[in-house]
Each structure stands twice: as C-alpha cells, then as structure tokens.
Design a binder for this molecule. Structure first.
Ligand code: FES
Length: 52
C-alpha cells in the first residue's frame, strides 16, 4: 500500500482565496492537503487506484 498523506481524520477549517479554484486531493500524495498540488501527475496512478 502506498504511503498516503491524510489531511486530517476530523473536520477542520482551511484558508481559501475567493475566486481561486481548488481540487480535492483524491490520491493522498499532495503536500498541500487537502488540496491537489499535481503530485499525482508524476505517478502512474489511475482513477481505479483511488482509496486503495
Ligand atoms: S490528487 Fe492528490 S496530488 Fe493530485
């Protein structure tokens, strides 16, 4: 199993900028959890790998 980065196991607040688009990290690789930092692009992960 990959070493997934979990943003948090409980709800928490995140600072957001108005007008900016955010993507939720679904591969657990981003260094800026809970949002995607495009780290997944450097892997061969596919959509079926989400949550495994
Ligand atoms: S979806 Fe997590 S790094 Fe892009």
């Amino acid at each position: 199993m990959r070493g997934l980065k979990i943003a948090n196991k409980t709800p928490y607040e995140a600072e957001l900028e108005g007008g900016r688009k955010y993507a939720w990290c679904c591969y657990g690789l981003s260094a800026m959890q809970p949002f995607c930092d495009d780290s997944h692009s450097a892997t061969d992960l596919e959509d079926d790998d989400i949550y495994r």
